[in-house]
Design a protein around this ligand. Structure first.
Ligand code: DGY
Length: 329
């Protein structure tokens, strides 16, 4: 047994709370070490634990940079994250070292699109604000103009990003009868756009003309804080910003100013900087913002499958085979 254990590849898992079905897959042929608390693994522990491992099973709560890769050592073959986003992994550094990177696209597309619509509707129809009135005595009687929001029907919706998730969001917006859906990407995607009758526009046009803007792009150096003070300045005063991508796409101070001064109408955020948002963050004092704790893909079956895909990515990489979902480096 001892000989078998030592010849098995070693995997470090940074979360004990991923679905067990993924961990079971790994345990069949690997020696698996798992961080034991449901809070993110402390940096010093991560650095210590990755030493000598062949693969790291991580989440977006772990920054996997040069320091971690150095600590792991040259035998490290794979970093697999239980997320579609991989901005927390230094992929350039992985590429240099021949380390393969796994992620979990596709499986979470529908769950994330669904949550995006839920957040959009909660924000534009002021669901949380209205719900509070039921409990705090604010609901005195039906009143004609009370708790009115801005409907999607007849509105112009702009998507920043038009990948898998953006396309599914667009498909779910269509039945709400917007006047137009536009999308902003580096290069147009006419085929996918035709399916939802979306038009490609540049970022400036999206800012100036949209009644709703939905952020569904990856966080990259180009999109980092692309929603800054100058961008908010260009937006229509009735614009509602929805972000289910990454908090880093938005300059949050500028967003706060834009919401507080009614430069824009409202925002719905499933992602913030930092996460969790501190309880004294000024955004939490505003009525015109809905904030969720990064639950875009938090659908039970989705998260279970994400756990298994992450494990299968690792097993494939360790066997030198094609991974189910590998980041192109
Ligand atoms: C992701 O996968 O990147 C989401 O943010 C969490 O599921």
């Amino acid at each position: 047994v001892i000989r078998r254990m030592s010849s098995q590849p070693k995997v470090y898992v940074t979360r004990p709370d991923v679905d067990d079905s993924g961990l079971e897959l790994l345990r069949k042929s690997c020696q698996v070490n798992i961080w034991h608390e449901t809070s993110p693994v402390p940096r010093s522990e991560l650095i210590r634990e990755v030493a000598g491992k062949d693969a790291i099973y991580c989440a977006l709560t772990d920054t996997v940079n040069k320091e971690v890769l150095d600590a792991a050592g040259p035998q490290l073959k794979c970093v697999a994250t239980i997320s579609v986003g991989y901005d927390h992994i230094d992929v350039e550094e992985c590429k240099k070292r021949g380390i393969r990177v796994g992620f979990t696209p596709d499986v979470l597309t529908d769950a994330t699109a669904e949550l995006t619509l839920a957040l959009l509707l909660a924000t534009n129809r002021r669901l949380f604000e209205a719900n509070k009135q039921v409990y705090n005595g604010g609901w005195k009687s039906w009143a004609p103009m009370w708790m009115c929001g801005q409907g999607l029907k007849g509105s112009r919706v702009g998507l920043l990003g038009f990948g898998r998730i953006g396309q599914e969001i667009a498909a779910r917006i269509v039945p709400f009868k917007p006047s137009e859906i536009t999308y902003t990407t580096r290069s147009p995607r006419p085929e996918e756009a035709a399916a939802v009758n979306a038009r490609h526009v540049d970022f400036d046009e999206m800012l100036r003309k949209s009644d709703f803007i939905v952020v569904c792009c990856a966080l990259t150096p180009e999109t980092k804080e692309i929603f800054n003070a100058a961008a908010f300045q260009k937006m229509k005063s009735n614009c509602i910003l929805i972000n289910t991508a990454r908090g880093g796409v938005v300059d949050q101070k500028a967003l706060y100013e834009a919401l507080k001064s009614n430069r824009i109408l409202a925002a719905g955020l499933d992602v913030t900087t930092p996460e969790p948002l501190p309880l004294d963050d000024p955004l939490l004092k505003l009525d015109n913002v809905v904030i969720l704790p990064h639950i875009g893909s938090a659908d039970i079956e989705t998260r279970k499958e994400m756990s298994r895909i992450t494990a299968r990515n690792i097993l494939a990489a360790l066997a030198g085979e094609k991974m189910e979902a590998e980041v192109k480096l």
